[in-house]
Write a new protein. Structure first.
Length: 155
């Protein structure tokens, strides 16, 4: 069984290499045909580089080329969207946000990201508390399982 699987893997690997070579040959052939067609059309219509938007003079058509090379992620793929801000720009943005929040008389989003919520339930034996948000703590779940009610722990 293993020998058969190994031979099929080797066969598949050789087929992949063969297909890669065929694909590259087809690509080169199609590029050559496309270039020949373009050259014929340029001659037939008397087109210039400026007409195609490739020249430096005259009106520029189409999309402008980016001045900055596209950013890449750790995997080497191109990123989309805005380029990442520098550390100094992020810091300046946070300072501006805090100042605006102070003027408005509210807590800034840049400082403490979580708002403090008052606890709603307390275990009288240990003094531990729960706000009522998120998953129920084990001490409360165990107490409810033993027959107590949630209202018994309300503060």
């Amino acid at each position: 069984m293993k020998a058969q699987a190994m031979s099929s893997y080797i066969q598949l690997a050789t087929q992949i290499e063969k297909l890669k070579k065929e694909a590259e040959a087809a690509r080169k052939r199609e590029i050559a045909e496309t270039i020949a067609n373009i050259k014929r059309a340029i001659e037939l219509f008397g087109l210039t580089a400026d007409d195609l938007g490739l020249g430096r003079g005259g009106k520029k058509r189409g999309r402008k080329a980016s001045k900055q090379a596209p950013a890449k992620t750790a995997g080497g793929k191109k990123r989309r969207g805005r380029p990442p801000k520098s550390a100094a720009a992020r810091k300046a943005g946070r300072k501006a946000g805090r100042k605006a929040a102070k003027k408005a008389g509210r807590k800034s989003a840049g400082g403490d990201k979580r708002s403090v919520v008052a606890p709603k339930y307390r275990d009288s034996a240990t003094g531990t508390t729960w706000t009522g948000r998120g998953k129920q703590p084990k001490w409360l779940a165990a107490a409810i399982q033993s027959g107590k009610k949630l209202e018994d722990f309300k503060i």
